[in-house]
Design a protein around this ligand. Structure first.
Ligand SMILES: C[S@@+](CC[C@H](N)C(=O)[O-])C[C@H]1O[C@@H](n2cnc3c(N)ncnc32)[C@H](O)[C@@H]1O
Length: 300
């Protein structure tokens, strides 16, 4: 943050809230950040430890030296295309704030469609046991637990970083007794448990390896590859989940997965071949096919 050069000048031309917002917006735009004004506001609110709305009542206020130093560092990180969520340390999902950070997939709005698909199949009043593969921040498991307080959720992930962050999110959101986090590959951590569940949900890694170069720098350079990529067709983990699922599901249980729109038909067919029926594809809020759900018909 080198310009304007007179940043130590008087109140009339020093670094007021308004001026720093304008400067940061222009700077982030030059660096290719799409919603530069909004992000400038979110970064400044974070630097000043205030609500974003407060910036508007403080337009003429000069930043303190410490706020300016913090803001400078935040803006430099964002200019290098580090995701905003990693910089501020949280992301909203289903109306709740989740801790995120390097090594954790940032929850996406599309994944709320996956949660909705599951909630439609989980009765409000009856106890149910739900399984998740790939908990990441814990946003799916925790949201299901919050929306369906009589549900127990068991969730797995191969990432130790995710296990630590998801555990903190469970603590913060008060679901430690409802959500059990297990570290391990797909359904392996449950192989000796002898349990069958009422539903299995997953937002698995589903991006094709050859898509790596077309991703936004925020994703390609900063988010964890193990959360994103799954082989040449993006379905390596999906195939393993579908192959393992029947041994862990009760008859009538659902299996619901988030996918790329181009994969939904194929995966629907895979589910039917594996003994699932009533397969449906749900669209996300942008109108793209996003979530495939099937009901487990046969006993394995
Ligand atoms: C797309 S992210 C989803 C994270 C979170 N559930 C969400 O929706 O934001 C996929 C997650 O699956 C985990 N994962 C990848 N391969 C896995 C495997 N073989 N077994 C279990 N978890 C896996 C990754 O570590 C990552 O946290």
């Amino acid at each position: 943050m080198n310009a304007p050069a007179d940043q130590t000048a008087s109140t009339t031309d020093g670094w007021t809230v308004q001026r720093i917002l304008e400067w940061t917006t222009t700077f982030l735009k030059q660096k290719g950040v799409e919603s530069a004004r909004l992000e400038a506001e979110l970064l400044l609110a974070h630097a000043r430890k205030c609500q974003r709305i407060r910036l508007y009542t403080d337009f003429g206020t000069l930043l303190t030296d410490s706020e300016r130093a913090i803001m400078r560092e935040l803006v430099q990180r964002r200019a290098k295309r580090e995701p905003l969520a990693y910089i501020v340390g949280t992301r909203e999902f289903y109306g709740r704030s989740f801790e995120v950070g390097p090594g954790i997939l940032i929850p996406r709005p599309e994944t709320e469609t996956l949660v909705d698909a599951c909630l439609d199949l989980i009765p409000k009043e009856e106890p149910r046991e739900i399984l998740e593969v790939g908990f990441g921040s814990g946003c799916i498991a925790i949201t299901i637990a919050k929306q369906r307080p009589q549900c127990a959720v068991v969730a797995t992930d191969i990432s130790e970083v995710a296990a630590n962050v998801a555990a903190r999110n469970c603590e913060k959101l008060g679901v430690t007794t409802q959500v059990t986090l297990l570290l391990g590959d797909t359904l392996e951590p449950l192989k000796n448990a002898g349990r069958r569940f009422d539903g299995l949900v997953s937002n698995p890694p589903y991006i094709r390896e050859d898509e790596r170069d077309s991703l936004q720098p925020e994703v390609a350079m900063h988010e964890p590859g193990t959360a994103l990529f799954a082989g040449t067709d993006g379905l390596d983990v999906v195939r393993r989940i579908i192959a393992q699922a029947p041994a862990y599901l009760k008859p009538g249980a659902f299996l619901s997965m988030e996918l790329d729109p181009a994969q939904c038909e194929t995966v629907g067919g895979m589910l039917e071949s594996a003994g699932f029926e009533s397969v449906v594809i749900r669209r996300d809020l942008c109108g793209s096919e996003r979530v495939v759900t099937g009901v487990f018909a046969a006993q394995s």
